[in-house]
Ligand binder design. Structure first.
Ligand SMILES: Nc1ncnc2c1ncn2[C@@H]1O[C@H](COP(=O)(O)OP(=O)(O)OP(=O)(O)O)[C@@H](O)[C@H]1O
Length: 324
């Protein structure tokens, strides 16, 4: 059963003029996925989360979580939520905060010590939250979201304002949860974080999902390849299709140095532009035919940030598939 399913889900906020925040969306999120939703400010990310959580109501379409329509309060029973910039009463301790949320959720507060342990706050259980760092606050927020033992957790900017060590702790915690089978729905502007944890990423723009896939598939350029090979003579470089760009400096890896010391020809790094795999192989055949030894060939990836900037700066309504 799908963790999240939407069919034609759309939202227009009334007003003058009305704001189309979400265009009809069909989205399936499988249980166990770590789904990252990206998009520039105003793309409609929060609106989608609010629709799923029943905070706003759709103009059209429907949505369900684990098979229960989001119009039913019961749909939210297996769901946890860490809102962006959440605040807890600062006179409460971490333990008291979880007690309070447990009571509000009708959950068993006996889980609190184990949860504090899980988010590495056991040592700070009796400290007032006003003394907490941003990282500790976020981890307490995650503990709160886990209070009722959810199967699906929405996390809005979970690492916002958290330093690199704190971000790593949160990342490890999210991976741990996913390993336990909890489905995670992350909203974040920190692309490097999304890149590291998400099993699937969607990029939203002007109320529409314009890219959707694994980080690996989305960041593949499809046209550029990295090669490690013995030096490719100029004459060969001329004959092969595409463009061959040598790295500025020879490879200085320990293996390359060892190879040079043992009398083997040292390797060089190259970037090859080839329109498709067939063209790549023709180029490789030409290299091998002239005695070039190839050690490695791999597709060159762009970063998620490069992809994001590319997508966001595309003119509206641009065809999606062509530019991948
Ligand atoms: N309550 C509302 N009434 C009217 N317009 C709204 C309301 N909430 C959001 N909007 C508009 O809907 C559009 C989508 O907003 P939304 O908050 O979903 O975007 P977002 O992708 O979450 O942005 P951000 O990254 O800034 O949080 C924006 O144009 C926003 O101004």
């Amino acid at each position: 059963m799908l963790a999240i399913q939407t069919r034609g889900l759309a939202k227009t906020y009334s007003g003058r003029p009305p704001v189309v925040a979400l265009r009809p969306l069909d989205l399936d999120v499988q249980p166990g996925e770590i789904f990252g939703l990206l998009g520039p400010n105003g793309a409609g990310k929060t609106t989608l989360v609010k629709l799923l959580l029943g905070i706003v109501h759709p103009t059209e379409g429907e949505a369900s979580m684990f098979g229960t329509s989001v119009t039913e309060p019961l749909a939210r029973k297996p769901v946890g939520f860490l809102p962006e910039n959440h605040r807890f009463p600062d006179y409460l301790t971490a333990r008291q905060t979880l007690d309070l949320f447990a009571r509000m959720a009708g959950a068993d507060s006996a889980r609190a010590p184990a949860l504090l342990e899980k988010v590495r706050l056991a040592g700070a259980a009796d400290r007032k939250v006003k003394t907490f760092s941003k990282g500790m606050m976020q981890r307490l927020g995650i503990a709160q979201a886990l209070m009722a033992g959810p199967k699906l957790v929405f996390l809005d900017e979970p690492t916002d304002g958290v330093d690199p060590v704190g971000r790593r702790e949160i990342r490890d915690l999210l991976l741990e949860l996913a390993a336990e089978g909890v489905t995670l729905f992350l909203n974040s502007h920190l692309l490097s974080e999304i890149e590291r944890v998400c099993t699937r990423v969607a990029i939203m723009k002007e109320g529409e999902i314009v890219r959707d896939g694994t980080v690996e598939a989305l960041t593949q350029t499809g046209r550029l390849w990295r090669l490690r090979a013995t030096p490719i003579p100029e004459s060969v470089a001329h004959t092969i299709g595409g463009t061959l760009q040598p790295d500025p400096a020879p490879i200085l890896s320990p293996e390359a140095s060892a190879a040079a010391a043992s009398g083997e020809t040292p390797l060089r790094g190259y970037t090859l532009a080839a329109p498709d795999r067939a063209a790549l192989n023709t180029a490789l055949d030409a290299m091998r035919a002239s005695g070039v030894e190839i050690e490695a060939v791999e597709p060159l990836r762009q970063s998620l940030e490069d992809l994001f900037v590319e997508v966001v700066s595309e003119p509206s309504g641009a065809p999606v598939a062509d530019s991948l």
